[in-house]
Write a protein of this length. Structure first.
Length: 289
């Protein structure tokens, strides 16, 4: 009896669940249809894009082929132009290269000569002290000044007399005693002679001084000039060339002082009358043809 009641319940419950299953199937079929449509649309879009890419690739290949053709034409024309230039330029340029090598060698020789000159100047500078001492032997002696307006004895010169033998100031250089345009060049300038060591000699008498000062000389004059000359030949016949010349006057820049002012009545007594001497450099280039 219980089995029959259960079977009847099953038969009554089954028809109620069938509509729900059909609805789920329909929704699933609709989703599948929509997915298939989306796949078709995606496939169509990819086909269109692939076709566009293919067309672009084809156009790029055609452009590359045209560019290769143009490059080949340009390369051919460039080769022809270079061959023509090579025929017309290489030979003269080769000759010019030879000349340039010769000029370079000459410049190297000139550089070496300048270097040798520099070494010589350095050695000369190191010997300046010895040269200065040797120059003193060539300096002119200084005469004892005569008395201006005095009356001399017959046959005798009226010179200033010495009060003592300290007529030469010690420690005074020519630069310290320099006089320019009638004034001392340096503040507190002083002469190389001591005015207090001189006295005016009375008229018609003889002075106790010699004609020349002992151990007193005017500043000597010393200059050193040098020059360098080099020729740069432009042809094997040496008929055309450049000549470069470098000259240096008083290259050691040694000052040359003037004479000693010997007049005791002068406010610049014992001063050095001016100074000359400066280094002068000059360069000259000449072309011979």
């Amino acid at each position: 009896m219980r089995a029959r009641i259960l079977l009847v319940c099953v038969f009554f419950a089954a028809p109620a669940s069938i509509p729900a299953v059909d609805k789920a199937i329909l929704e699933l079929q609709r989703d599948i249809a929509q997915m298939q449509q989306q796949i078709k649309d995606l496939q169509r879009s990819q086909d269109e894009k692939f076709a566009a890419v293919t067309e672009l690739a084809r156009q790029s290949i055609e452009a590359a082929n045209r560019a290769n053709t143009g490059v080949a034409v340009i390369q051919s024309n460039l080769d022809k132009t270079l061959r023509a230039l090579q025929d017309t330029v290489v030979a003269p340029v080769a000759g010019l290269g030879t000349r340039m090598n010769e000029v370079s060698n000459n410049v190297g020789t000139l550089t070496q000569a300048v270097s040798d000159l520099t070494s010589t100047l350095n050695r000369m500078q190191a010997q300046m002290t010895d040269i200065t001492n040797q120059i003193k032997t060539m300096q002119t002696p200084v005469q004892v000044p005569t008395v201006n307006g005095g009356n001399q004895a017959p046959g005798a010169a009226l010179r200033w007399s010495f009060l003592n033998k300290d007529f030469r100031k010690s420690g005074v250089s020519y630069q310290d005693a320099l006089v320019v345009n009638g004034d001392w060049a340096n503040s507190g300038g002083t002469g190389v002679l001591n005015a207090t060591s001189f006295a005016r000699t009375p008229d018609f008498t003889l002075a106790n001084s010699p004609v020349y000062f002992a151990n007193l000389r005017n500043p000597g004059e010393f200059t050193t000039d040098t020059s360098i000359l080099k020729r740069f030949y432009l042809s094997d016949s040496k008929s055309r060339y450049f000549e470069a010349r470098l000259e240096a006057l008083n290259i050691l820049n040694h000052p040359n002082f003037g004479s000693i002012i010997r007049d005791p009545d002068s406010p610049n007594f014992g001063g050095i009358d001016g100074k000359t001497g400066q280094r002068v450099m000059q360069i000259g280039v000449r072309f011979f043809f």
